[in-house]
Design a protein around this ligand. Structure first.
Ligand code: ME8
Length: 642
């Protein structure tokens, strides 16, 4: 096959902040489909993905989890990789921004830009939320408060480094105007030009002092390099860029990138800041940036906190990896947001994968077995109708290529399905079961089945970038080695005198929608953290009967006759009383002296192993058996709890 040259494709690097949902996963599946298709059609492909691991949010999440940021990202990066692998994505490189070669190059890049005068030190003034340690602009606030935590913000200054963006704006505008294919979809190009570039670019803040989890600025280490310079550089450091001029052969071969595939929310970073960084580094600009639309759940944004997130591994658990890939790729429009629900996935599996594809393959193989013992002979009885099928096949090959060139993946899949639909129609038109009734039609029947197997083969090669495992299974079932792209440029390369499998496995079973949804709901429910159960409801009068007070522990001693018990002398206002409590295994007696504890003051007195107890000290115990006495600090003893 003709070598069409190199093709370097990248995805956004996912934040290593948690498990990626199906929206994030859609991007890697789409990149994989493009990478596989480019390989199939003769390109030397390098496909890079990875994780974005620095920044304040990740630092905060690690703190919450009680681990170091590095421990945290090691875990989450592994989760991301696991899902990318489960989805059978054929990336060549998985970069992590905590990789040491990356960190080193980012430091050098920063230093160089500073020496060149592109980066300068100044002060950042903005509205600051102390709790979130974040600056906000007026327009980001919600009701005048921090959009993340809802607390008050105040004006604050922070020393920062800034990138002089405006210096390169004119060169970038010219590049964008000279290269109409650079920003895709095209509507985004006008937005970038008219809303950001032409009105004049603001300088970009590129360092922070308010958190630590980042790459330090070498010559001013209280600053860490703010995420975008760090994150965007992955596209060059991952293939061996060296700021001192010793870049690898791989870098020389693959840079500039042919396609940065990213989501619509980060187009500005990739079509303005990133190209300007590259101009400043004197490197060629990427050929294309495609900001794909977003996947919604029904009509809502996917949100972990709202609890509507759908995950690729859960979908694959029910439907298999290729069904998930197929859905993501075929259902997402080119420019508008797409939608996913479990129900929709089931519908598409049934209508397309089971009815149109699986059924066609199954019927064709079954008929070949039934009428010819599985082995066809040389086809030699053609009719004009066959040309129609052949033409549709050749058109499909052409159309898939056109659509893939435009990155219209769903349309490319549809073009391959045109051929499958035509094959199904061809079965109706030729009615093999009628031909089989008369021995005189044997040779026509042989040709009909050959044509169907050839149609299936061509469609399957076309689909192999989207549903690779299924394609391999079909090649096996129809027993062909003619699976490369050149073999589908002409009709008739399916092996003659070939034997198909005797026992075709169903590729995709038809799903009973109601039953499947029941199972899905049960499965998802079992994954939810266990629901709390509470005691029977009481009313306020029930509660009012309890007199709960604060008492100061004057004395605390071990019970002379029982290991588990402590004997307290508690002062409550003017009264001192004795209470026995079964918490000796949790506290040494001296730990509690002087504490102000909560106790039930009107519980009927009891005698426990010879010691009188007048009341009950309250304590909290969690699932892990950890126990703490309920205490207060500032109120006086005698205070009541209401
Ligand atoms: O943005 N549908 O990481 P990220 C489709 N680390 N795509 C979606 C989506 C959805 N519902 N939600 C998110 C980052 N995405 C940065 C990138 S690149 C140098 C740094 C896409 O984990 C999103 O648009 O938030 C982005 O392209 C990718 O998933 C990773 O998002």
């Amino acid at each position: 096959m003709e070598n069409k040259g190199k093709y370097y494709i990248t995805t956004a690097i996912a934040y290593a902040s948690g498990k990626p949902h199906i929206g994030n996963t859609y991007e890697i599946i789409m990149a994989d489909a493009i990478a596989r298709y480019k390989r199939l059609t003769g390109y030397d492909v390098f496909f890079q993905t990875g994780t974005d691991e620095h920044g304040q949010k990740i630092e905060a999440k690690a703190n919450q989890a009680g681990v170091t940021p590095k421990e945290y990202v090691d875990k989450t990066a592994a989760v991301v990789k696991e899902i990318w692998d489960l989805m059978n994505t054929s990336y060549d490189k998985f970069i992590r921004t905590t990789d040491d070669y990356h960190e080193k190059q980012v430091q050098k890049i920063f230093e160089r830009l500073y020496k060149q005068g592109d980066i300068y030190k100044s002060e950042y003034e903005g509205l600051y939320c102390t709790e979130c340690e974040a600056f906000w602009t007026e327009s980001q606030l919600v009701d005048g408060k921090c959009p993340d935590c809802g607390r008050e913000v105040h004006k604050e200054k922070e020393e920062s480094y800034f990138f002089r963006m405006s210096k390169y704006a004119d060169r970038l505008i010219k590049y964008i105007e000279d290269h109409p294919e650079f920003i895709q979809p095209e509507s985004r190009k006008n937005e970038m030009l008219n809303n950001f570039l032409k009105p004049g670019l603001q300088d970009l803040c590129v360092s922070r002092t308010s958190f630590k989890w980042g790459i330090p600025v070498t010559f001013d280490p209280k600053h860490v390099i703010y995420v975008w310079i760090d994150a965007l550089s992955n596209y060059i450091t991952g293939i061996g860029y060296d700021c001192d001029g010793n870049s690898s052969e791989q870098f020389k071969k693959y840079w500039p990138a042919d396609l940065h595939l990213i989501g619509k929310d980060i187009i500005r970073f990739h079509t303005i800041y990133w190209p300007i960084m590259l101009l400043a580094l004197d490197l060629p600009l990427p050929k294309q940036v495609f900001g794909h639309p977003w996947m919604l759940v029904g009509e809502d944004k996917i949100s972990k906190s709202r609890g509507n997130a759908i995950y690729a591994d859960d979908l694959a658990h029910f439907f298999g990896v290729d069904a998930v890939r197929y859905f993501a790729l075929s259902e997402m429009p080119f420019a508008q947001d797409g939608s996913i629900t479990w129900q929709l996935v089931i519908e598409r599996i049934n209508s397309d994968l089971a009815n149109i594809y699986g059924n066609l393959v199954n019927r064709t193989i079954a008929m070949t077995n039934k009428y010819f013992g599985g082995t066809l002979s040389e086809p030699n009885c053609y009719e004009p109708l066959d040309d129609e099928l052949k033409n549709v096949a050749m058109q499909a090959v052409k159309k898939v290529d056109e659509k893939m060139d435009q990155l219209r993946i769903a349309d490319a899949i549809d073009a391959a399905f045109d051929l499958l639909r035509r094959c199904n129609k061809y079965i109706d038109e030729t009615s093999p079961w009628l031909l089989a009734k008369d021995e005189a039609n044997k040779s026509r029947l042989n040709t009909v089945l050959y044509n169907l197997l050839e149609g299936i083969r061509i469609a399957t090669v076309l689909l192999s970038s989207f549903i690779p495992q299924t394609a391999q299974e079909v090649f096996k079932q129809i027993n062909t080695v003619q699976t490369d792209y050149d073999s589908i440029l002409t009709w008739g390369n399916y092996e003659k005198n070939n034997t198909v499998t005797a026992q075709p496995k169903m590729l995709f079973a038809r799903l009973d929608s109601v039953k499947t949804m029941e199972e899905v709901n049960k499965y998802l429910e079992a994954k939810q953290p266990e629901k709390m159960t509470f005691k029977e409801e009481v009313n306020i009068d029930d509660f009012d009967k309890l007199d709960i007070r604060i008492g100061t522990v004057l004395q605390c001693n071990k019970h002379p006759k029982a290991d588990k018990l402590l004997v307290f002398k508690i002062k409550c206002g003017s009264e001192v009383r004795q209470i026995v409590s079964g918490i000796a295994q949790y506290y040494k007696p001296e730990q509690l002296v002087g504490k102000k504890v909560a106790f039930i003051a009107n519980l009927a007195p009891r005698t426990l192993r010879g010691e009188q107890s007048k009341g009950m000290i309250l304590s909290a115990e969690d699932e892990n058996g950890k126990l703490e006495v309920v205490t207060v600090n500032d109120v006086d003893d005698g205070a009541s709890i209401r």
